[in-house]
Design a protein around this ligand. Structure first.
Ligand code: FE2
Length: 365
């Protein structure tokens, strides 16, 4: 298939984010060279990543673990075994053959260059990657809050300072791609977090730490300790099947103002398709290769969910009224994300998605 995918346009990078029980993995590819970087891969998901690389026409050049994870098993050892270079922060205790990155270092993949920011606090070895209008924040700045800071080695005041003195100096338009999302908002922007993130309203790190003491976390459970031990081991034997997440990595985040997604089934929306197509007020958020293999809604534009952040100006200027995907899950996530970002007000998510549309015998291009 054509590897210059429709959703990628002429941008420098392509992006795919997976949300697995609130745990994010990001695949970022160089549109020109088709080299790719995988950020925070999880054990048991290699087939998923391999398929995505093939679908995008990408070759994996490097892996990053943004920190030593306490909540899930990293798959970096398997990628190192496959000859892929792996990067972590210089303070890591990981015994694998990882390249240890310091503040100001860059990670280059094809023509992409990401600057390493050392952002300790959640863990001593946390790093973030900034470049090309995005920042991969790992477990530091999350949507609407900060990551947990009650594990052994955590330091809430340091976390607050890392976020406010490094991440929050980035441009307001910078897309925030966090390591976790427990409230079905996939990404944010620095400007939105500056305005809405309650954790950032504290005056300084000490005030944030004092506030957290009032909601003391559980600290290291036996599950967390077992996960940490495997994640620093040189070459652990891990199953290549999905492994349950051991802990939540968010703490102190106020629940986001919940948006109740308005849903309508395809049978109700079908008579309006031609009108929406003519007015460009319906978007399909599936990945481009799904349209190529499964079919598409006649006349409807494609904006993949993972890449909606690159289209915020277009979506603001020309707001879609209906969003659809394959089953209705991703279009609901897209609605929640775009409403949180104040890009859309109250669009409709098509319940049952394109799968139900096709099964109902409705027109397919
Ligand atoms: Fe974490």
């Amino acid at each position: 298939m054509d590897t210059k995918l429709a959703g990628s346009g002429s941008r420098e990078l392509v992006l795919k984010t997976w949300n697995d029980s609130g745990c994010h993995t990001h695949l970022v590819g160089c549109n020109a060279t088709r080299q790719a970087l995988l950020i925070d891969p999880k054990a048991g998901k290699r087939a998923v990543y391999d398929k995505a690389l093939a679908d995008w026409g990408l070759t994996l050049a490097a892996v990053v673990d943004t920190h030593t994870h306490a909540d899930h098993l990293s798959d970096s050892a398997a990628w190192i075994r496959r000859g892929v270079r792996c990067h972590m922060g210089q303070a890591t205790g990981c015994q694998r053959a990882v390249t240890r990155m310091r503040e100001g270092d860059t990670i280059e993949v094809g023509r992409l260059r990401f600057h390493v920011l050392e952002v300790p606090g959640h863990t001593p070895d946390s790093i973030a990657l900034a470049g090309h209008g995005v920042v991969f924040t790992g477990d530091t700045l999350l949507v609407g809050g900060l990551a947990r800071a009650d594990f052994h080695g955590s330091d809430p005041a340091r976390l607050f300072t890392s976020v406010t003195t490094k991440l929050m100096t980035l441009a307001d338009s910078t897309l925030v791609l966090p390591g976790h999302g427990y409230q079905d908002v996939l990404f944010s922007t620095i400007g939105t977090e500056r305005a809405k993130n309650q954790a950032l309203q504290h005056t300084d790190g000490d005030a944030y730490a004092a506030a957290l003491r009032a909601v003391a976390g559980a600290g290291n459970s036996p599950d967390v300790d077992a996960t940490l031990a495997l994640n620093v081991a040189a070459d652990p034997a891990l199953p290549d099947t999905p492994v349950a997440v051991a802990a939540c990595c968010s703490m102190g985040a106020a629940p986001l103002a919940g948006h109740k997604v308005r849903e309508q089934p395809c049978e109700v929306l079908a008579p309006t398709l031609a009108q929406h197509a003519a007015q460009r007020t319906w978007i399909d958020v599936r990945d481009p290769w799904e349209l190529a293999t499964d079919g598409r809604l006649p006349g409807i534009e494609n904006f993949p969910l993972s890449e909606l952040g690159f289209a915020l100006e277009r979506l603001r200027a020309h707001p879609p009224e209906v969003l659809s995907c394959k089953s209705g899950v991703r279009s609901a996530t897209a609605v929640k994300t775009l409403v949180y970002l104040d890009v859309l007000r109250d669009p409709i998510s098509m319940a049952g998605g394109f799968g139900r549309w096709k099964a109902a015998g409705l027109p397919v291009a």
